[in-house]
Write a protein that binds this ligand. Structure first.
Ligand SMILES: [Zn+2]
Length: 307
């Protein structure tokens, strides 16, 4: 079992077993999955909460009473799926299915005390899969718990959200993460999410590359458009890798005056939404770069230069 970092209030709530259907919402890497697994270990621990780490259940590396479903990123033919999704056969029994499904798994008796099914990225449930899951949420077997993981309550089908208790997970204070590492670039990149901190620490060279590309991009805002677009292309390619350089770009706007900063963040948010809606990335980034260039030009004309 991996001990979660932070989220003490949420863990105190969960230790009271507040509901059988739970919806964990919060930013990527903040610890929703780790707390979901901790909850499964706590429910099954011979000592109860917090899990002792020593009993037979706690010592299981892959817990027999924990089942996790996540979106398929490949099609049946082995191609990269255009849109990752959780399919019906992952949730409900289907003829010819190759993998175990959540509903059948949940209906058998637990090896220890309680079964926990985690639906990772519940906002990517297909419609049929979502409807099948709804039936379990309405009437879960007595020993069963369901945890849906999503970025926000709004991102999940309303019928699923309304039948689950929402538990919110926010970024942790940097001071809390400092107990894990004092690497400043990694702490900046983490934005309070321990999972992001760990990923950053595992690949310092990749992180440094993302940070310096972000810095070069911000500097090119004041230069000619061709150079800005060349830097934008570099950032677009980096964004496909493990680290999102736009996190560092947005941090560079923090000392801009509020109207310019807000306009810049709104443009970035719009770009992220367009990418999630599968608008072509080069188009999205080109538009973002040109919008930012305009904001920067206004800023420079109207007020003192940001450092
Ligand atoms: Zn235990």
């Amino acid at each position: 079992m991996v001990e979660p970092v932070g989220h003490e209030r949420q863990r105190r709530l969960l230790a009271r077993r507040p509901a059988q259907s739970l919806l964990f919402v919060g930013p990527e890497g903040v610890g929703r999955r780790t707390v979901a697994r901790w909850f499964a270990y706590g429910l099954n621990c011979a000592q109860g909460f917090p899990p002792c780490g020593r009993c037979a259940s706690c010592r299981a590396e892959h817990h027999p009473d924990l089942f996790e479903v996540r979106p398929r990123t490949k099609t049946r033919g082995g191609q990269i799926a255009r849109r990752p999704q959780i399919h019906l056969d992952q949730i409900a029994p289907r003829a010819g299915a190759e993998e175990p499904n959540l509903i059948e798994w949940l209906q058998t008796a637990p090896r220890h005390r309680a079964k926990v099914a985690v639906v990772d990225s519940a906002h990517l449930l297909g419609e049929q899969a979502g409807n099948a899951l709804l039936k379990v949420l309405e009437e879960p077997p007595p020993h069963a718990y369901l945890i849906l993981i999503a970025p926000s309550r709004e991102a999940v089908l309303p019928t699923l959200a309304s039948r689950s208790l929402t538990v919110g997970f926010g970024p942790l204070p940097t001071e809390q993460l400092r107990s894990l590492s004092e690497n400043e670039a990694a702490l900046r990149y983490s934005e309070g999410a321990p999972g992001r901190l760990m990923a950053a620490l595992a690949d310092p060279a990749g992180l440094a590359e993302a940070e310096s590309a972000a810095k070069a991009w911000v500097e090119s805002l004041g230069r000619d458009a061709a150079e800005l677009l060349a830097q934008t292309e570099a950032l677009r390619r980096l964004a496909e890798g493990p680290f999102d350089p736009w996190v560092f770009v947005a941090q560079a706007w923090e000392d801009w005056p509020p109207p310019a900063r807000e306009a810049a963040l709104a443009a970035l948010l719009r770009a992220r939404e367009e990418l999630e809606a599968y608008v072509a990335a080069d188009l999205v980034f080109t538009r973002l770069a040109l919008t930012l260039r305009r904001i920067y030009a206004d800023l420079r004309a109207g007020s003192p230069l940001p450092r």
